[in-house]
Design a protein around this ligand. Structure first.
Ligand SMILES: [Ca+2]
Ligand SMILES: [Ca+2]
Ligand SMILES: [Ca+2]
Ligand SMILES: [Ca+2]
Ligand SMILES: [Zn+2]
Length: 340
């Protein structure tokens, strides 16, 4: 497990739009962000508090028995409200004029839970932390968490912290940063379940100043999905789970489901591959990219979990990645297909 700590938090780079050229073997290190903490596992006693972003976020929920006052004037001081009502009565003003613009109301979220209508499913609780959030930036997170809740079909064990916070399946802290560079983002679990090694907590950071991936762009959407997949363990807990094999300089993913999907989704590549297992990236020289992605040289723009995302390409989430989630221990749509 000498590389155990390399995949805790990863970094991905954007390759220039004129691609087809393989990415630089030595990705420039000055655009790599400092690596975060490697994932820890919860100890047997489970004896720890939740991080502040989680417990604070939960505290913001309406306490039991207190109803939200949804009156459009409820946020105003009493005397202002009285004055407005007086105006309304005297001048027969339309109450609609006093309502805040719908756009400005509260579409901006502090927190979002995917697949909320099905608590038995895999629910991602994402906390939008720190400055800079807009609806446009939250939208791809909502979409990507719903995609993952669709492909991971069952929930996993609940985890209770000593301060009372409970994580149903996973809680993710999402922040933004702004760095005019080719960096897209980074993500990884920070706490794993001690038995299954499935993530309890994760962090994700997205760069909003990459000129190739501005807010609203498809590349940023792909980035968010890519990073969220890392947050649930894809690429980030492979080593921890013993799913990688080294053959010389080559690294292969040896989970049964992913190997089956490799043959099913990429038959031509599979047929000419003399090696065993799915080719894993090990040539970027960046500890955030190596050992935590499918090989760029092999899968190019045909898989979202390669270390470089391609502008103007679909960068699809394929059954290869979904099957690898089964190898981590999730129940997925790949299992459902395999049963048939
Ligand atoms: Ca659940
Ligand atoms: Ca659960
Ligand atoms: Ca790629
Ligand atoms: Ca895409
Ligand atoms: Zn990545």
């Amino acid at each position: 497990m000498k590389h155990l700590f390399n995949t805790g938090v990863e970094t991905i780079f954007f390759d220039p739009p004129v691609t087809d050229t393989p990415p630089e073997a030595d990705a420039p290190h000055d655009i790599a962000r400092p690596m975060g903490t490697p994932p820890e596992t919860l100890d047997e006693s489970g004896d720890r508090d939740a991080p502040d972003w989680l417990s604070d976020g939960l505290d913001e929920k309406t306490p039991p028995g207190v109803e939200d006052d949804l009156s459009p004037l409820s946020h105003l001081p009493d005397e202002v409200r009285d004055w407005l009502f007086e105006l309304f009565q005297n001048w027969q003003m339309d109450i609609e004029d006093l309502r805040p613009e719908p756009e400005q109301s509260s579409a901006l979220l502090d927190r979002y839970t995917s697949n909320a209508e099905n608590p038995d499913g895999y629910n991602i609780d994402i906390f939008f932390d720190g400055p800079g959030w807009t609806e446009e930036l939250q939208r791809p997170f909502i979409e990507a968490t719903e995609i993952i809740s669709d492909v991971i079909t069952d929930g996993v064990t609940d985890i209770a912290f000593t301060d009372g916070s409970v994580v149903d399946d996973i809680a993710i802290n999402a922040t933004l940063f702004s760095q005019e560079s080719t960096l897209l983002g980074s993500a990884g679990p920070t706490l794993l379940r001690n038995d299954t090694l499935l993530p309890i907590l994760a962090e994700i950071e997205i760069n909003t100043a990459n000129p190739a991936a501005p807010p609203g762009s498809e590349l940023l959407e792909d980035t968010v999905l890519h990073e969220l997949l890392h947050a649930v363990g894809l690429g980030t807990t492979w080593d921890t789970q013993g799913l990688l094999t080294d053959i010389g300089d080559e690294v292969r993913f040896v989970g049964d489901n992913a190997i089956e999907a490799y043959e099913a989704v990429f038959p031509q590549i599979f047929a000419t591959d003399p090696g065993f297992g799915v080719p894993v990236e090990n040539s970027t020289g960046n500890p955030g990219s190596d050992r935590g992605h499918w090989a760029e040289e092999v899968f190019g723009a045909d898989e979202i979990m390669t270390p470089f995302l391609d502008s103007g390409e679909e960068n699809p989430l394929t059954d290869l990645s979904i099957a690898s989630l089964s190898d981590l221990g999730y129940q997925t749509t790949w299992d459902d297909m395999a049963i048939v």
